[in-house]
Design a protein around this ligand. Structure first.
Ligand SMILES: *Cc1c(COP(=O)(O)O)cnc(C)c1O
Length: 483
């Protein structure tokens, strides 16, 4: 107890310096000062300025060493000092949200989504159970219905917003394991292509499968999972007393963007009584385009689909999605009765309790970061941006195909192409360094059929024709350069 006497609660701390934030709930003036200072920090980052370097910032080694040694102070720091530290970090490293990011799977980050997060964070409504704020859950459920309808899944289906594609693949494989190999994870087998994403193997391992039970099946053309190879592998495992559990097809591999033959894989999975999961973390939202829908045909037969709105819907990192054909499977895996939830009434509108169909209990109002950009931009804007990504990748492939000394190794089925300059593997690495020295464009490399190839992926909403033309120029210059 303090000297304040009985019956009087201890007082809160109040800052007198206006440069400080004040109490935990600052005054309106202080809140506004913080928000406008934050806006100054990020305004240049919420832009598609073509001059924005993706590489070429210092790595920030010294700053990292300083920050590593730093601990939170007991006394408050002035607002400007704290934001200056963030600014210093942003002046270093790879700016992978810049227009010239053409490496790996580009992410960009829509301002409207970040504002949605801000609102969700300050309001802090609980969305793990529908009964608390049904309208908040309904808004998210409406978006998830939009997604299940977009992919042609039936009314029994249910979506989840998760933290990313890895979390979605994990949630899918755990659900498939419980549906097909309950209590026997050590006997469960999954079937993947050579170019399946590493997160699928990781998910299988976390789900308790033996690493050797992730069957890597051969490809039709070095790029696409062969359905016949999957059928043969499943039959062999049945004969050996194992439990075939899931076939995992890719709707756009990370390496080349190749789409596995989804309809044929679905048919094999159905015939063998196995779960069919489609990893569409990279390629899924091309479903919004006419060309994409044609290339992803068969995805509607999936038992589950992984999507990554933080890739092909331009959201900030931290948003993945899983769609499951039969929501009862999610409930079977994730529902858990807990005494401390006994006050919760069943919601009359039968909105989902996300905590009963996903691994999480407490979760943010995640739907808002997806809903606000869709509302403010409209779905047509996303379709147009994705169509442009398809066009630009096709254009770059045609330019490189007609460039002496450049071999296009895989043409874009979606928005990724791979190519190789005449010469050995070291030549590719040297060319990449030369291209990167420009600072405005970042590509990546990978290995296909044992050969190092360079890789150009168009996905960011900020990447324009000028950016891709500049990348092609840099590649041509590297091809002309004698080694
Ligand atoms: C990126 C990616 C993943 C993993 O998603 P994260 O959001 O990075 O966890 C899984 N599969 C494919 C095909 C991907 O491209």
């Amino acid at each position: 107890m303090t000297e304040q006497g009985a019956g009087v609660p201890p007082g809160g701390w109040e800052a007198s310096d206006s440069r400080l934030l004040g109490g935990f709930d600052p005054s309106p003036e202080q809140s506004q000062a913080l928000l406008s200072a934050a806006w100054q920090l990020i305004s240049a980052l919420a832009s598609g300025d073509p001059g924005r370097d993706v590489l070429g910032h210092p790595r920030g080694g010294e700053l990292a060493a300083t920050l590593l040694a730093q601990r939170p102070a007991a006394a408050p720091a002035p607002m400007d000092d704290a934001l200056a530290t963030i600014g210093e970090i942003l002046a270093t490293g790879v700016d992978n949200a810049a227009p010239g990011e053409l490496a790996y799977i580009p992410g960009s980050g829509l301002l409207a989504a970040a504002v949605g997060d801000l609102i969700a964070g300050v309001a802090n409504r609980y969305t793990g159970l529908a009964g608390f704020t049904p309208a908040a859950v309904a808004l998210e459920q409406g978006l998830l219905r939009w997604l299940t309808e977009l992919f042609g899944l039936p009314a029994t289906s249910q979506g989840l917003l998760l933290s990313g594609g890895s979390a979605a693949n994990l949630t899918a494989l755990v659900t498939a394991r419980d549906a097909h190999a309950p209590g026997r994870p050590e006997a469960a087998c999954v079937y993947v292509g050579q170019h399946a994403h590493a997160s699928v193997r990781k998910a299988a391992r976390i789900a308790g499968l033996r690493p050797e039970h992730v069957r890597v099946c051969t490809s039709q053309d070095g790029l696409r999972l062969d359905p016949e190879a999957v059928r043969i592998a499943i039959k062999q495992d049945v004969a050996d007393g194992l439990v075939p559990t899931a076939v995992v097809g890719a709707a756009g591999t990370t390496n080349t963007g190749a789409v596995d033959p989804l309809a044929e894989l679905a048919a094999v999975a159905a015939e063998q009584g196995v779960w069919f999961h489609v990893d569409a973390a990279y390629g899924g939202f091309f479903q919004l385009t006419v060309r994409g829908r044609g290339r992803l045909a068969g995805i509607e037969a999936a038992d589950s689909i992984t999507l990554d709105p933080h890739k092909s819907l331009f959201l900030p990192f931290g948003t993945g999605a899983l769609l499951v054909r039969d929501r009862d499977h999610l409930a079977a895996t994730f529902a858990e009765d807990a005494d401390y939830l006994r006050d919760h009434d069943e919601d009359p509108d039968a909105l989902p309790d996300f905590s009963a169909i996903s691994p999480e209990l407490t979760r943010e109002w995640r739907g808002l970061r997806l809903w606000l950009p869709l509302a403010l931009h409209g779905t047509d804007a996303f379709t147009a941006a994705l169509d442009r990504a398809l066009d630009l990748a096709e254009w770059a492939a045609a330019q490189l195909a007609s460039t002496p000394g450049v071999e296009v190794v895989s043409s874009p089925e979606l928005s990724i192409l791979t190519f190789r300059l005449a010469g050995d593997d070291q030549r590719q690495d040297r060319a990449l360094s030369r291209i990167h020295a420009d600072g405005h464009v970042r590509l990546s490399s990978t290995v296909i059929d044992g050969r190092v190839v360079l890789r150009l992926a168009v996905l960011s909403h900020r990447t324009t024709a000028d950016t891709v033309a500049h990348a092609v120029e840099l590649i041509r210059a590297a091809a002309r350069q004698p080694d």
